[in-house]
Write a protein that binds this ligand. Sequence first.
Ligand code: FCB
Length: 439
Amino acid sequence: MTIYTFPHNFLWGAATAAYQIEGAWNADGKGESVWDRFSHTPGKIANGDTGDVACDHYHRYREDVAIMRALGLKAYRFSVSWPRILPDGRGLINQAGLDFYDRLVDALCAANIEPLITLHHWDYPQALYAADGWANRDNLGYFADFAAIVAKRLGDRIDKWTTFNEPGVIVWDGYIHGEHAPGEQDPRKGRQIAHNLMAAHGLAVQALRGVNPALQVGIVLNQWMADAADADPQSIRNAEEAWDSGETAFLHPIFKGYYHPALVARAGGLPEIQAGDMALIAQKLDFLGINFYSRNLYNAQGHVAEPPGAEYTATGWEICAPALRRMLNKINDAYAPPPIYITENGAAFDDVAGPDGRVDDPRRLDYLKNHFIQTRLAMQDGVDVRGYMVWSLLDNFEWAEGYTKRFGIVRVNYQTQQRTIKQSGKWYADVIQHNEVKA
Ligand code: FCB
């Protein structure tokens, strides 16, 4: 048996996002988000599911914090719903919305669980979308205003702040492929929005530091490793080209201050860039959040759709933990980033629950174990990883897939809202308690 011990202050946690768990979609003055609108549009979400109730976390957050405590989590990453706080995305503040997050953060602090906050995890205010949304430069400052409002209220108890969750998914799925809210299919607009999101990120970083210069500020990027299938120089070139033209979209502007030429070529040119934008985008960050789920594989012919012998999760993503270690090293070598947190990693499987809700989920347990180990090995290689947020604390609303994909280490019975810690969750509690992984 090998024992992988983690540094004593390693931040073990779990993650969720507002729209995926809160429910209470129109409670207490909350405004509409693009996800409310999208999920209420027939044909957009599997089974016609919506986030109207979700895990009802808005009303059950105390129970959920108690579960986190039972798991021994040291940290919890959550996002705030912008239209819950600003129903129109700007202007009038809905105090009841801010109060909710205030109570949540108090409950976390009382349980000795460090809150990590994400300002925007996709539930953009519908009212701003109606005013041209992210495509309109004039709207970008509203994100910074929102950031400042939240920081003024919660900044006394939260150190670690991230602006966006996965800007790439907002762009690709929301504005290019159209499978996510708001469901547009306009690559040119998507290219501009990618840049505008980066500018909004920069403005929010300034706004947060304006409220309190001691806040730790970062962003959450999802990265899929691009691996070469063999040692053929053409396979290696293909993998490099795929990484450069796709995976550098946000890493490059943030850490180098320009867009990678391969990305620009693939996008058919640069977006409109205003004077000062790149410096705004490339402001120094205190940490980098990485979400990792899978990789893409390339041989001399190009993308390998079905790697021989590959195993997949229920979302059809190939399971390949060693790709995480390679990717962390790749990012570390190319960008010399600030300390890294794995802000999401986890897997959906078709869990089978016993009559008492008990779930034996050995594949999720193995998935997590192998990714923890590869992260530990990357740390030995010299990558400064400080913490790990498992996706997800709870089974929840998985965007276009509705409730069909379960990612939780805690099962949620959506009829009764009963929560049951899965075997993977119990195993994770043991990892946290001993601060080591045994394999
Ligand atoms: C990520 C999202 C998260 C969740 C996981 C499975 O892309 O950030 O909300 O849906 O995928």
